[in-house]
Design a protein around this ligand. Structure first.
Ligand SMILES: [Zn+2]
Length: 415
């Protein structure tokens, strides 16, 4: 690993074996958090990723803030601390954006012999690796301002008994996998992934029915959380630490390393919830929904139940399971907007399209991309508008419609 004082130094793209300690965004050594309230992150990142960060257009942008503050940290019964809404929050609204205290590789490579597992008992080799990881992370930890160090060590640690040092333990308990470009592209999957530990966002508790979506914004170098459904004042704000469409027992196993035993309404009733989640995973896929709309739009003999009622039923299932963070939710909203457009129901089309837009905003879609989304959505809906009415009058439309749908499947639906 290389230490560098120059946070602006860029690296050659070939330096893939080099890990850099770096403060991002770059700040002067004597900067205090009072001078720079957006804060900064101590990072251990690969040399090429550091260059990607510095080359991001607009980097480093200011972190976004909700118009009116919307959260506080306080006691959550049985779960230690948690985050709560201090006012009503509407679906799609930004609740909090925060820079991490520390960002590090999810699988930190340390200088141990490559054949360590051949020459030592497994447990001993694991302990040696954990020891080296702690040493490497300690360098980044010591570079943090004192307030950040205190906040970091105040976080919950569920790895106090397995040989993890205190820093490794806090990261393993609280680190969120960062999405998007914060990934070594030559190492796909968890091996090239990074985790971030946050002062406030790491206080979010898990729910299998989470009410926020989180996304890492490279420009402001901050994690953002958005409401995926309306949140009432004083309701707990929650996130997810595991895939949500897995069966309850698998989710519970995945949550064990975080010291979490989820007691959400779905975990409390696995017999009902598991069946529903399995059906959602199977039926709410883009291709399957697109095919349903396509067959229904071009076949006047298929009743409206085929697309409309089925779409409404699945949407209710997703909402009943609290799965608005899942991609299937936005797929279903888009599906229903198209179906209503085909039926000529302008009002319902607008309602579903607006809700679909809110899901895009909640996933941190940049403003210019949102504009493109609206234009594409308009095109798609225009194609469908009233097609059911027209098809009934003139079956000659069917062929034209089928052709257009084939194009749409390739382009528009891949939003
Ligand atoms: Zn649960």
């Amino acid at each position: 690993m290389s230490f560098e004082a120059d946070a602006d130094k860029k690296w050659d793209k070939d330096d893939i074996h080099l890990l850099a300690y770096t403060t991002q965004p770059p700040v002067d050594l004597d900067t205090t958090l009072a001078d720079f309230p957006d804060g900064w992150t101590e990072c251990i990142v690969s040399a090429p990723l550091k260059t990607i960060i510095l080359d991001t257009p607009g980097y480093p942008g200011q972190i976004k803030r909700p118009k009116i503050p919307a959260h506080c940290i306080s006691e959550s019964p049985g779960k230690g601390l948690g985050m709560f809404a201090t006012r009503k929050v509407t679906a799609g609204e930004l609740i909090l954006a925060e820079r991490a205290l520390m960002i590090a590789p999810a699988a930190l490579q340390v200088p141990v012999p490559a054949d360590i597992f051949d020459n030592y008992p497994t447990e001993q080799a694991k302990q040696a690796i954990l020891f080296e990881q702690e040493k490497a992370l300690e360098v980044a930890y010591k570079r943090m301002p004192e307030e950040h160090q205190t906040a970091f060590m105040a976080l919950y640690n569920s790895h106090t008994q397995d040989g993890s040092g205190p820093i490794v333990g806090v990261i393993r308990t609280n680190g969120y996998m960062l999405n998007g470009p914060m990934q070594d592209e030559w190492r796909p999957g968890p091996k090239g992934a990074y985790v971030g530990v946050f002062n406030e966002l790491s206080r979010l508790n898990h729910s299998c029915r989470p009410n926020t979506y989180r996304t890492f914004d490279m420009v402001s170098f901050a994690m953002e959380i958005y409401a995926v459904r309306d949140i009432e004042e004083s309701e707990e704000i929650t996130t997810y630490y595991t895939h949500l469409l897995l069966p309850t027992t698998t989710r519970q196993q995945n949550l064990e390393p975080y010291g979490v035993r989820c007691d959400c309404a779905s975990c409390a009733n696995p017999r009902v919830s598991d069946d529903r989640r399995m059906e959602i995973a199977k039926k709410c896929k883009r291709d399957i929904l697109a095919d349903r709309v396509s067959r229904w739009s071009t076949n006047p003999r298929l009743s409206d139940d085929f697309a409309l009622r089925e779409g409404e039923r699945l949407l209710k299932l997703v909402e009943d399971e609290g799965l608005e963070t899942e991609i299937c939710y936005s797929e279903l909203l888009m599906h229903l907007a198209m179906v209503h457009a085909a039926l000529g129901n302008t009002e319902e089309t607008g309602q579903y399209a607006t809700r679909w837009m809110a899901t895009r905003i909640a996933k941190g879609r940049p403003l210019e991309k949102q504009f493109e989304d609206v234009m594409t959505l308009k095109q798609i809906l225009d194609t469908f508008t009233d097609c059911r009415g027209r098809l009934h009058q003139d079956s000659g439309e069917i062929n034209g419609m089928a052709g257009k749908l084939r194009e749409m499947k390739l382009e528009g639906l891949n939003l």
